[in-house]
Design a protein around this ligand. Structure first.
Ligand code: PM9
Length: 462
């Protein structure tokens, strides 16, 4: 009893109004389904999955307000009122002047890369992301990693492992010349590092450095709300700031942002680009009509933009963000207590299992993280995602595998979808797979697509 004093639990600031039944296949059925899917969890039909932790992208539960908003869709081809609502919501919460809707994040990445990058230019950033880097490369650019070294160490407890190493960036600019740098590509939080945040101090210093060399600074705002939570929690001086205030203040140091609204903005589909420079906006607004749709819908229905506008303001509520990250931590704390190796500190959207330490007998070429995702599915029907050598792809110049230091399997928590009891079931499954780890064999890739191979690659058991 005594231990209960001083304890302060979080609870979701919502209750459940509608449910979707889940079904669990038998082990024999799962063996067949995984074989059919070539040991790639992306190729499993969702009906063969019990608890789906593949991604937090487009998998959120919308609120009753968002569903009501869907009925207010203005499906006019041009000038839908929902576009103006979206514009207003982005201006209010992210603070940028000009907004272009896109069908999802990579649509925005495509347009921004085409507009900002000249062939041969460099794009330094705080760790690569799969689709972001590919669009930078397709536009003729080369990504250069300038994140702090601690980000590549799963055990480092640095509170802001997403920070840019300003020394590395300045050396690059001096060595190559500022004209060769298209822009700095900053993500908050950093997905591939384990959902790790960037501090306000770092973005401020980055802004001054970029100003000194006249280099633009653009933000991947996909999980920036979650980044704001870590600033509030960890950075001196921000404890009594609201998430909304931190978010807007952070964005004010950047020239613009791209967004996969399928994450922080709590919708099943959607994205946007937002910039302050009218000349860049003009080019983006012109290009969007080629690839996405008219500049007032960008590939979305009016109802999608309405749901997004509502999601943007729901997502910055302090109690929502606290419960969101509280749930991720609940799962991570269970696993840590049981001695399972995960990326620390626990990040914003997922628990990243450290597959290198989990399967320390498997070399990286035998895809330990892919193997772990497959084993978890076999054990319990829980679906996870590989974030290691398969996701990293190949160097476009040498053709060799990129070999990231981080070889991770991601248990990604959709927003407002699963309960604490689901987290218990997931943790128990990870523990069972961990107990038999020494007898587990790795995988061999049998089919390798050219772009973003992790989505559609096939594997077989060695
Ligand atoms: N992220 C994820 O599961 C979706 C598919 S995996 C490629 O983590 C960032 C930081 C992302 C992201 C997608 C995108 C692309 C950009 N930046 O999926 O095109 O995490 O909406 O966004 C996924 P879209």
């Amino acid at each position: 009893m005594g231990q209960q004093f001083g304890r302060q639990s979080w609870a979701e600031p919502w209750k459940i109004k509608m449910v979707e039944p889940l079904r669990m296949l038998t082990r024999e059925e799962r063996v067949d389904a995984l074989q059919e899917a070539g040991f790639n969890t992306f190729l499993l039909p969702s009906e063969a999955v019990y608890i789906d932790l593949l991604t937090d992208s487009g998998t959120s539960a919308m609120s009753d307000r968002q569903w009501a908003g869907m009925m207010l869709g203005d499906e006019a081809y041009a000038g839908s009122r929902n576009y103006y609502r979206l514009e207003e919501a982005v201006r209010e919460h992210y603070g940028y002047t000009h907004i272009v809707p896109t069908h999802q994040g990579r649509g925005a990445e495509h347009l921004l890369s085409q507009v900002l990058i000249e062939p041969g230019q460099l794009v330094p950033g705080n760790m690569y992301f799969t689709t972001t880097r590919l669009h930078q490369e397709l536009a003729g650019g080369s990504f250069v990693d300038v994140i702090i070294d601690e980000a590549h160490d799963p055990a480092s407890l640095h509170p802001f492992k997403g920070n840019v190493d300003l020394g590395k960036l300045e050396d690059l600019i001096r060595r190559e010349g500022a004209a060769r740098v298209a822009y700095v590509s900053l993500a908050g939080t950093v997905n591939m590092a384990g959902g790790q945040p960037v501090s306000m101090e770092n973005v401020r210093a980055l802004r001054s450095l970029c100003d000194r060399y006249d280099v633009p600074l653009y933000l991947d705002a996909t999980r920036m709300v979650e980044n704001a939570f870590f600033i509030q929690e960890r950075e001196p001086g921000f404890g009594d700031w609201s998430i909304a205030r931190i978010l807007k203040s952070f964005c004010s140091y950047t020239d613009g942002a791209w967004m996969s609204a399928k994450k922080d903005n709590l919708v099943n589909i959607g994205g946007w680009l937002a910039v302050n420079d009218p000349a860049v906006f003009d080019e983006l607004r012109n290009l969007v009509v080629v690839y996405e749709g008219l500049h007032t819908y960008g590939g979305l229905a009016g109802r999608d933009m309405e749901a997004m506008a509502i999601g943007i303001s729901e997502a910055v509520a302090d109690d929502y963000v606290r419960a969101r990250i509280g749930q991720v931590r609940y799962l991570g704390d269970l696993l840590t207590d049981w001695g399972i190796p995960i990326v620390l500190p626990i990040g914003g959207h997922a628990i990243f299992l450290d597959a290198r330490r989990f399967y320390d007998h498997l070399p990286q070429d035998e895809f330990p993280a892919q193997t772990l995702a497959a084993e978890l599915y076999l054990d319990s029907g829980v679906r996870a995602m590989e974030r290691g050598i398969a996701s990293a792809g190949r160097d476009p110049v040498t053709g060799d595998h990129h070999r990231p230091r981080l070889e991770l399997t991601r248990l990604t928590i959709p927003r407002r979808v699963y309960t604490q009891a689901h987290m218990d079931v997931v943790a128990e499954s990870v523990n069972r797979v961990h107990e038999v780890r020494e007898a587990t064999r790795g995988l061999r890739m049998t089919h390798e697509p050219k772009y973003l191979r992790f989505f559609q690659a096939r594997f077989e058991r060695l």
